[in-house]
Structures are given as C-alpha cells and as structure tokens.
Write a protein that binds this ligand. Sequence first.
Ligand code: HEM
Ligand code: HEM
Length: 330
Amino acid sequence: MQKGTRTLSPSARRWLHRIASVLAVGTILLIAKGGLVHSAGAGLSVPDWPTTYGENMFTYPVEKWTGGIVYEHGHRLIATGIGLLMIIVTVMIWMGDSRRWLRWLSAGALLAVIVQGVLGGLTVLMRLPTAVSVSHAMLAQSFMLMTLLIAAATSPRWMKSDAPGEVQESSALQKLLLATVLFTFVQILLGAITRHTYSGMAIMDFPLNNGKVIPDFTSFGVMIQFAHRVGAVILTTMILVQGVRILRRPALRLLRVPAAASIAMVLVQFMLGATVIWTREAIVPNTLHVMGGALTFTFVFITYIRSVRYYRFAGDAENAAALRVQGVNA
Ligand code: HEM
Ligand code: HEM
C-alpha cells in the first residue's frame, strides 16, 4: 500500500486528486469572480442573505438576473459549488487517507469555507463594513492556499516520493521562500485595506505618488496605498532574488517552473496595479489585479511547499565545515 493511503482504491485516489485540483482552480476563479463583484460595485445588488430577494437562492428565476445581480448572485452560487466540492474532498480524505495532518487540514479548510460563506453574508447584511470585507478577501486567499496544499498532497508525485533529496544549498534560500509567502499575504492585505477603505484613488498617478517620490501623507488613503506600492517593490525584489537563485541551481529542478511562474506573474501583477491607477479603476484591470494577487500567491506557495517536500537543504553543514577548515588552516 502506498504511503498515506488507507482504504481508497487506486482509482478513487486518482479521483480525489482530480476533485481536489478542480477545487483549487475553482477557488482561484471564485476569487476573481468576487473581485468582479466589488470592482463592478455590485456588492449590494442582492440586499438580503441567505435568501435572494426573499426567494430561495437556488430557485431564484434566471430572468430576474439583471445588472449587478448576475455578478453577486452568480458569486453565491459558485461559492456553494466550492463548498460542496470541499465536503466531498474532506469525506474522501477522512475515509481513505491516513495522514493525520492532511485530515485535519481538510477539516480546517471545510470550516474556513463555512466561515467564508457567513462572512460573505454578513458583509451584505452589514452593508460592506471594511473589517468584514477585508476579512472576506483575506480568508478567501488563505482558504485557497489550503486547497492548493490538499491538491499537491494528493498528487501521485507527492505520494510516491519517499525521502526529500539532499541539495548542497544553504537553508537561507528556504527561509527566503517562506518569507516571500508571508510577505505576499501582507502585500495582499495592504491591497485589500486599500480597496475596502476606498483608497484606490487616494494616489492618482504612477510611477510618481501625487507628483512626488514620497507623497504628503494627508490622509489614511494615501498612507495605505503608498504602503501597498512600497510593498509591491519589496515583494517583486524578493521573488526575483529567490527565482534567480533557484534557476541557477539545476539540482532544484522541481522548483524551476513555479519560481519562473512567480517571476512572470509578479511582473504582470505590478503592471496590472499600474493599469488600475492609469484607468481610474476600470473593472477589467481591477478584477484581473485581484486574480493576479491570487495567482502570485499560488506560485510562491507552490515553490515553498515543493522545497519542503522534495528537498533537504544540506548546504549549511558544508559551509560550516568549509569555514572550520579555513579556521584550522589560518
Ligand atoms: C467559498 C466561498 C467564497 C469565496 C472564496 C469568496 C471570495 C470573495 C472574494 C475574493 C471577493 C473579493 C474581495 C475584494 O474584492 O476585495 C469577494 C467579494 C464578495 N463576496 Fe465572496 N466569497 C465566497 C462566498 C461568498 C458568499 C456565500 C457570499 C454571500 C453573500 C459572498 C458575498 C460577497 C460579496 C457581497 C462581495 C463583494 C464585497 C464588496 O463589494 O466589498 N461571498 N468574495
Ligand atoms: C506587485 C505586487 C502586487 C500585488 C501582489 C498586489 C495585490 C493586490 C491585491 C490582491 C489587491 C486586492 C485585494 C483584495 O481586496 O482582494 C490589490 C489592490 C490594489 N492594488 Fe495591488 N498589488 C501589487 C502591486 C500594485 C501596484 C504596483 C499598484 C499601483 C501602482 C497597486 C495598486 C492597487 C490598488 C490601487 C488597489 C485597490 C484597488 C481598488 O480600490 O479597487 N498594486 N493589490
């Protein structure tokens, strides 16, 4: 029997991975759809919850889906589908996978998606308060990471691989990969606060900031958006540095694709951010910028989890030994 399996047949295991992958990709698309709801100003086009204009949301007639209702109601329906997929994945893991951490991860993800649905409902009922909308945006991204880890951990490559391969690379690189994941969260949080305090136009030019390199901090909006712009420069630099280090190391084969994708995505995301400003928050670039945040997060996260699963960074001992030899010889 393969590691991590209990009672699932090989074909059920393949299905588990397929469904988990659809769940992860579907969550990224749902995040884009949520971004569309806000970008189109459609957050309150359905004023009630869990009903839709007093009717059962599943039987609400299609002819009544007009204007912003298409975005908001559609978002609720797709979210329900994601919730159902999460239930299926959790049940399959609890039935057929013996890895405790994975079982509890799936239970945690199920809880997260339930809380996320409630936050979505509350943000409507409370008329989009900043704290609830920001929490809804950030829990969406956190839930996405959970689904990505579940999809990765149920993949054939993950299950087959026994011990991580040793590479002569300092563990500082792996620490940088983790720091990049954490900083991406911070950067998206700064973006979400910018968005939900309606500070997107507090600085209306780019690359300057209200005509200056460092703007006058005349309002909270200027401060938070400037922080998000500085964060963008820091994050882009981190992703470039880790990417170049990985791409120069042929031994880190499994990190090459996600590292290269992270570089490409963060550069696109940077330009999308600029386009949001230049177009005065046009719906399409603004929605793509939310999705781009999710994709950047996806690629840096996959780079990190693969580094943990497939490699043991053994370069430190070698470096220390080299230093000791130098010390003895000196
Ligand atoms: C799996 C579940 C869900 C996920 C992953 C999700 C994700 C998102 C995301 C990423 C946004 C964009 C946030 C932003 O623009 O900053 C959003 C917006 C929104 N979501 Fe959800 N959502 C889910 C469920 C729901 C549910 C069940 C509702 C029920 C009403 C809902 C209502 C809304 C509303 C009203 C907005 C717009 C908020 C605003 O304009 O400030 N969501 N969602
Ligand atoms: C390169 C890394 C960047 C990342 C990862 C990133 C990520 C994000 C995300 C995910 C959001 C939406 C958060 C949410 O509510 O779900 C956002 C909002 C925003 N970002 Fe960025 N961003 C980046 C760069 C930039 C740059 C360079 C600019 C401007 C020049 C910018 C300007 C904005 C603005 C104005 C908003 C709020 C839009 C609104 O009010 O609707 N971003 N960012």
